[in-house]
Ligand binder design. Structure first.
Ligand SMILES: [Zn+2]
Length: 242
């Protein structure tokens, strides 16, 4: 009888251990899930429910003195869901692609020709070029928050900054700031509407900007450019006034 009893006891112990392990794994899963959710849902409810957002694509010709090259992703690409939405944010990313030649033109070519993936965004900026891949009022899959109603995918204009080693990163920052300011002005948005990809999901993006501690500096650049645009609009036209 001793052998059988010991065997049964061992099995009981095993069940208890498996039970404890399963409970721990569940707890860990829930913890990770809700920490992620908490972040993703930060834009779930609009702060100003009465605010009217732009829904039309008002194509900019240039930003910061750089001509914007419009090269829209074709309709039949999975990268272009073609759904019109409200424009609530501008979301800043980095390509994380440091290889030589991975500039805005290369990313445009990639988006136009590679239809194996649905990832997409609206602009890519490098140290001398701005490429426009999708109309500003269309959904693009760039924020990693699925279809969160007031989230980044559904409501953001996604801008990717190039980090190729043969590019001038500081100039890319200046060009992106100029584009962001022009878009804010174009769609009646404010500095409060600027987001980093990391605001919508647990991902360190824009990676270099965040790891080098330059997000504050970058936001300040956008603000300066926006003030400049607004001041130019408010100033009397040439030949008028004093
Ligand atoms: Zn990103």
């Amino acid at each position: 009888m001793g052998m059988k009893k010991a065997k049964r006891q061992r099995r009981k112990l095993l069940y208890i251990l498996v039970g404890i392990l399963t409970a721990l794994l569940c707890a860990l899963f829930l913890l990770v899930f809700f920490t992620n959710r908490a972040n993703v849902l930060q834009d779930e409810e609009p702060q100003d429910p009465g605010r009217v957002y732009a829904v039309v694509n008002n194509e900019l010709g240039s930003a910061g003195g750089i001509e914007i090259i419009h090269a829209y992703i074709p309709w039949d690409s999975p990268r272009r869901p073609g759904e019109v939405r409200e424009i609530r944010y501008i979301t800043i990313h980095e390509t994380d692609n440091r290889s030589r030649g991975s500039d805005a033109e290369a990313h445009s070519r990639y988006l136009l020709n590679d239809a194996n993936d649905s990832t997409s965004w609206h602009y890519t900026v490098d140290d001398g070029h701005i490429y426009h891949h999708l109309p500003d009022n269309e959904i693009a899959w760039n924020a990693g928050d699925q279809r969160t109603k007031y989230g980044g995918n559904i409501n953001g204009i996604g801008i990717e900054m190039c980090v190729n080693i043969d590019g001038d990163y500081d100039q890319t920052l200046r060009n992106t700031a100029a584009l962001t300011a022009a878009l804010l002005d174009n769609y009646g948005m404010t500095m409060d509407d600027v987001r980093f990809h990391s605001d919508f999901m647990h991902k360190v993006c824009p990676h270099r900007l965040i790891t080098e501690g330059r997000t504050g500096e970058f936001l300040h650049m956008i603000e300066e450019d926006l003030l400049e645009i607004q001041a130019a609009k408010a100033a009397p036209a040439e030949g008028e006034g004093e």
